[in-house]
Write a protein that binds this ligand. Structure first.
Ligand SMILES: CC(C)(COP(=O)(O)OP(=O)(O)OC[C@H]1O[C@@H](n2cnc3c(N)ncnc32)[C@H](O)[C@@H]1OP(=O)(O)O)[C@@H](O)C(=O)NCCC(=O)NCCS
Length: 162
């Protein structure tokens, strides 16, 4: 399951996969569905130079992606990536998430980042298992960190040193 850098031509596939994750209400606090243009803007933004975005393909079709974004605007935290990993609904549970996340870790290290971190909804068992399998540690739980559809939710912060 080789991964490669995402390009603007992947924007539609990435938007579709991301929107499935948004719709499932287990992956993110985001609720606004993304357009391919939103994704293209992110892939072409200045931050993309230090923050990789990768896709995994199967049979010529993008089935997963993983990407990093700046963790903070503060210069002292410039080496930290705030990452996400998403697999197409129909392709979950087959190792594509692991392939995407491991490729992101390698690319982020090459790009000079020293850490990846994210917050995972405590109920998101698949994501928590995936992160632990890839060497992340669970730092701790933020209680009532944000609301999703009006309900306060807890998240566990995960991190890996690269
Ligand atoms: C979370 C996600 C990225 C995992 O990717 P995946 O390709 O489905 O997972 P993998 O096949 O690589 O398996 C990774 C681990 O997750 C476990 N897993 C996968 N699907 C699972 C499920 N539905 N329930 C419980 N565990 C699951 C696997 O057993 C494996 O853990 P193990 O090594 O302890 O057995 C994917 O399911 C997904 O895109 N979910 C929706 C979006 C999301 O939640 N993104 C993460 C945001 S933090």
């Amino acid at each position: 399951m080789p991964a490669r850098s995402a390009t603007a031509a992947d924007a539609s596939a990435i938007a579709q996969i991301y929107n499935e994750g948004i719709a499932d209400r287990i992956a993110t606090f985001e609720t606004r569905l993304r357009t391919p243009e939103d994704i293209r803007e992110r892939l072409n933004s200045p931050q993309a130079a230090q923050h990789p975005a990768l896709v995994v393909e199967e049979g010529g079709k993008v089935v997963a992606f993983a990407w990093s974004a700046p963790y903070s605007a503060r210069e002292v935290y410039a080496g930290i990536g705030d990452h996400g990993v998403y697999v197409a609904r129909a392709a979950r549970g087959q190792g594509y998430g692991e392939a995407a996340l491991r490729a992101l870790m390698a690319a982020a290290r090459l790009a000079g980042l020293h850490k990846l971190t994210s917050r995972v909804l405590t109920e998101n068992t698949a994501s928590r298992r995936l992160h632990i399998r890839c060497g992340f540690r669970e730092v701790g739980v933020h209680q009532r960190h944000a609301q999703l559809d009006g309900v306060w939710r807890d998240v566990v912060t995960v991190e890996v040193l690269l």
